[in-house]
Design a protein around this ligand. Structure first.
Ligand SMILES: [Zn+2]
Length: 726
C-alpha cells in the first residue's frame, strides 16, 4: 500500500520545432493540448512509441527553459527564478508521469525496454538542473532575501523547499564531487529499473499447477474456481494454477491442508530474486546500498539513513529506531504467544511439535475459527467490491459531504473505471480512477498516484487526476461481483485516503503537494480505522445477493477478533522496517551478503523467531529498491502513531462521523498538502503532539480500555487478515 512517489518533476511552454520533428508532433498526443473530458490523459491515443520521443523532446524544452532562467539579466526574483522553475518542464513531467503510472499498472515488454532507456536519461537531466551552479546561485539569491520579499506563506515555503531540493541534490558540492554524484545517481537509476524488471519476471515465473483433487483439500470454492480460470487462461484446461499474486497466494496459504504444497508456495514467494539466475536481485541490492552510502557520505552524512531522515519528521535514524524498538519487544512477545496457541492446535491434529513459517496462515485461521468462530470466507459475501467502494464513498460523504459520479473518460486498460469527485457544494474536486484487478503487467500490491497534481494556475485551482491501483480478488464469473477479504477491503479504504489527500488539496504550487514521507501515510491509514468499525459496517457491508445487512453477530465477531494475529502482523512489519533502516545504516563500503545480513540483523541480533519472515526480504523489497521508500519503510508505523492518535479525536467526541472534527482535519491537514511541516499541521489539528499509546493499544500490545457497554459505541480497531505482501 504505497503512495507512488515519482522523482521530483517540475514544468512549460511549447518551443519552436524544426521541420523533421513536426510530423512526430502532429501524431504524438503528448505534443497536443488534451481535448479530453476534464483534461485527463488521452490514454486511448497514447501508444508505447509515443513515450520516448515525448520525453526526449520534454528534456530538450526543459533545458531551453532552464537556460532562459539562467540567462535572464534582471535581478533574481521569486517570479523569474522560483516560480519560473516550478512552472518549467511541463511536457517532460506529463510524459514521464503518464509513463511511470501506466508502466506500474499495465506494463508491456516494450515499456520495460523504454524504461531502461529513459529513466537514466531523466535522472541525468535532473542532475544537470540541480547541479547547475549558475542556476543554484539564482535560487540562493532569492532564498537569502526571502524574508524581505513580501512573499505569502506558500511562496515562502516553495522558496525554501526548492532551495533545499538543490542542496540535497548536491548543489553545494565541489565540481569533482558533483561528477561522482552524477555517476552514482546514474548507476542507481539503472539498478532500480533492473530490480523492478527482475521482480516482475520472478513474480510471473512461478506457478503451482495442481491436477489431483486431493491436492486441493481445504481450498475454498472461490479460490479453487479462480485457480481453474487461471489454468484455462494458460491453456491448461482441467488443471488448477496458483500464482504469487496475493488473491491466489493468501487463500492458498490460509486453507491448503497440504503442508508440503504450502511450503513450496511460500518458499517460491520468499525466494523471488534469490535464485542466482539472470533475475537475481542480491547483487543489485548490495550495489544499491553501497552506492547510496557513498552518496550520503558525499553529502556529509555518515549513512544513507541519516541523509534521508534529515528531511522528514523523524529527523534522525535514532528517532525512527526508538519508535521501532518500543514496538518490537511487545510485538515479538505477543507473536510468540500466538505461536504457542497454534502449536498446541497442530500438536493435537498431527502429533508433531514442529511448526514452520508456511504453517502460520493455516493455523492462524484455525485459531480465528476456534477462538472467535470467525472464518474469512463468511465475511466475503458482505464485502463485495461494489459495496466496499460505496462504503468509502459514503464515508467521505458523511465526513465531508463529497459525492462521486461515474464518468466516461479515456483509460489505459478496459478494466479501469473513473469518477468525478464533487465537493459538498457540487464544485469539481478532481477525477478518481480505479484499476482493481491483477494482470501480468501490473506490479504487486496497491498504490495511489496522480496523473495531474493539484495546484493553482492564474489564480484558478487546477483539479487533480488521481488513480488507485490494486490487485484484488477478481469476480469468479459474470454474474457475481468481486468478493473481497478483510485485508483487501482495508486496502481500498487506505488508498482512498491517499486519494482524498490529493483531491482536497488547496496548495498553489504542485511542489507543495509533496509531504514528508513519514507523514504521507497518515491520511491513508486513518481511513482504515473506519473500515470495520461496527458503525461503519452498518453503512456499507451488505450481502451481495440478498442485499441484507451484515448480521449483528458477525459484526461482533469481527470486533472481538480485532487483536487476532496482531503479534505476527506487527512483528513482520516492524522486521521489514528494521531491515530497511539497517541496510541503509551501513557506513563501510564493502560488498553485502544480503541474506546473511538480514539473518544477522533480525534473527541473531534481535531475536526474531524462525516461524516469522520479515514482510519483505531484500531481493523483493520493491518499496525500498524501486519505490521511493528507501530508509523510509518505518514511515508506516511512524504515521500509525499519528493516525491512531488522530482517530482518537473522533472516538473521544462520541461520534465517528463528527463533521466538525472532519472539517478541522480537512482544513488543517488534507488541504494543506506539504505547505507546512507535518508536526505543525498535526498540532493545529489535534492541539498536541501525538501519543504512541493508541497505536500500542490498537495492536493489542498494551491492555485495551474497558469494553464499552454496548456494541454500537465507537470501536477503533479493525481486524485485518494476515498478509505477507501489503
Ligand atoms: Zn499508503
Amino acid at each position: 500500500m504505497r503512495k507512488l512517489l515519482l522523482p521530483a518533476l517540475t514544468c512549460l511552454l511549447m518551443g519552436t520545432l524544426s521541420g523533421c520533428q513536426k510530423k512526430a508532433v502532429e501524431e504524438n498526443p503528448f505534443f497536443t493540448v488534451w481535448e479530453t473530458p476534464f483534461g485527463v490523459p488521452p490514454f486511448d491515443k497514447i501508444k508505447d512509441q509515443h513515450y520516448k520521443p515525448a520525453i526526449e523532446e520534454g528534456i530538450a524544452r526543459h533545458e531551453g527553459q532552464i537556460d532562459s532562467i539562467v540567462r535572464n539579466t534582471e535581478m533574481p526574483t521569486f517570479a523569474n527564478v522560483i516560480e519560473a522553475l516550478e512552472n518549467s518542464g511541463e511536457l517532460l513531467s506529463n510524459a514521464y508521469t503518464v509513463f511511470s503510472l501506466v508502466k506500474a499498472a499495465d506494463a508491456t515488454d516494450a515499456m520495460q525496454q523504454i524504461d531502461a532507456e529513459i529513466t537514466p536519461m531523466v535522472t541525468s537531466h535532473y542532475d544537470n538542473i540541480y547541479l547547475n551552479n549558475a542556476l543554484f546561485q539564482k535560487v540562493k539569491a532569492v532564498y537569502d532575501q526571502r524574508e524581505q520579499l513580501g512573499l505569502d506563506p506558500q511562496q515562502l515555503r516553495l522558496t525554501e523547499k526548492i532551495y533545499k531540493r538543490f542542496v540535497r541534490a548536491g548543489a553545494l558540492l565541489t565540481p569533482d564531487q558533483k561528477d561522482q554524484l552524477r555517476k552514482i545517481n546514474e548507476q542507481l537509476s539503472q539498478l532500480g529499473v533492473q530490480f523492478s524488471k527482475n521482480l516482475l519476471a520472478e513474480n510471473n515465473a512461478y506457478a503451482l499447477v495442481l491436477e489431483k483433487s486431493e491436492d486441493l483439500a481445504g481450498i475454498p470454492a472461490g479460490a479453487r474456481q479462480a485457480a481453474q480460470q487461471e489454468a484455462e487462461a494458460r491453456g491448461m484446461e482441467g488443471k488448477f494454477v496458483f500464482t504469487l499474486s496475493k488473491p491466489s497466494l493468501i487463500p492458498f496459504m490460509t486453507y491448503s491442508e497440504k503442508p508440503e504444497l504450502r511450503r513450496q508456495m511460500y518458499e517460491a514467494y520468499l525466494e523471488r530474486g534469490n535464485h542466482d539466475n539472470e533475475s537475481d536481485n542480491k547483487q543489485i541490492v548490495s550495489d544499491m546500498a553501497r552506492l547510496r552510502m557513498q552518496k550520503a557520505q558525499l553529502m556529509g552524512y555518515p549513512t544513507y539513513a541519516a541523509f534521508v531522515l534529515d528531511d522528514v519528521m523523524a529527523s534522525t535514524p535514532e528517532n525512527a529506531y526508538h519508535l521501532l524498538d518500543q514496538i518490537w519487544t511487545p510485538a515479538l512477545a505477543l507473536a510468540s504467544k500466538e505461536l504457542e496457541e497454534m502449536k498446541q492446535i497442530k500438536k493435537q491434529e498431527t502429533g508433531s511439535d514442529e511448526f514452520n513459517s508456511w504453517d502460520w496462515w493455516y493455523y492462524a485461521e484455525k485459531v480465528r475459527k476456534s477462538k472467535y468462530n470467525l472464518d474469512e470466507e463468511m465475511i466475503r459475501p458482505y464485502l463485495s467490491l461494489d459495496y466496499v467502494t460505496s462504503g468509502v464513498f459514503q464515508l467521505a460523504n458523511r465526513l465531508w459531504g463529497t459525492s462521486f459520479r461515474p464518468v466516461a473518460v479515456p483509460y489505459y486498460n478496459p478494466e479501469c473505471v473513473a469518477y468525478e469527485v464533487l465537493d459538498k457544494d457540487d464544485t469539481h474536486l478532481g477525477i478518481l480512477y480505479f484499476d482493481f484487478f491483477p494482470r501480468p503487467g501490473k506490479q504487486g500490491g496497491a498504490w495511489c498516484g496522480t496523473y495531474r497534481d493539484p495546484q493553482y494556475k492564474d489564480g484558478k485551482r487546477v483539479a487533480p487526476v488521481v488513480t488507485i491501483v490494486a490487485n484484488f480478488t477478481r469476480p469468479l464469473n459474470e454474474n457475481q461481483p468481486a468478493l473481497l477479504n478483510l485485508d483487501e477491503a482495508a486496502t481500498l479504504f487506505h488508498e482512498f485516503g491517499h486519494a482524498m489527500h490529493s483531491l482536497f488539496s488547496q496548495v498553489h504550487y504542485k511542489s507543495l503537494a509533496e509531504v514528508e514521507r513519514d507523514f504521507v501515510e497518515l491520511p491513508s491509514q486513518i481511513m482504515e480505522n473506519w473500515a470495520f468499525n461496527p458503525a461503519m459496517l452498518k453503512v456499507y457491508a451488505k450481502h451481495y445477493q440478498s442485499n441484507t445487512d451484515m448480521p449483528e453477530d458477525l459484526v461482533n465477531k469481527i470486533r472481538k477478533s480485532r487483536y487476532f494475529n496482531q503479534g505476527f502482523m506487527t512483528t513482520e512489519l516492524t522486521a521489514a522496517s528494521l531491515s530497511d533502516l539497517d541496510i541503509h545504516s551501513i557506513d563501510k563500503d564493502q560488498p553485502i551478503d544480503v541474506n546473511a545480513f538480514e539473518k544477522e540483523a533480525l534473527y541473531t541480533k534481535r531475536g526474531l523467531i524462525p516461524q516469522i519472515e520479515p514482510r519483505y526480504r531484500y531481493p523483493y523489497f520493491s518499496h525500498i529498491f524501486d519505490g521511493g521508500y528507501a530508509a523510509g519503510y518505518y514511515s508506516y508505523l511512524w504515521a500509525e502513531v499519528l493516525d491512531k492518535d488522530a482517530f482518537e479525536a473522533f472516538v473521544e467526541s462520541g461520534d465517528l462521523f463528527n463533521r466538525e472534527i472532519a472539517d478541522s482535519y480537512r482544513r488543517n491537514i488534507l488541504e494543506k498538502g506539504g505547505s507546512e511541516d507535518g508536526m505543525t499541521m498535526y498540532k493545529n489539528f489535534r492541539g498536541a503532539e501525538p501519543d504512541i499509546k493508541p497505536l500500542l493499544r490498537n495492536r493489542g500490545l498494551i491492555p485495551d480500555e474497558p469494553e464499552p457497554a454496548t456494541d454500537s459505541l465507537p470501536q477503533s480497531t479493525p481486524a485485518t487478515s494476515a498478509t505477507p505482501a501489503a
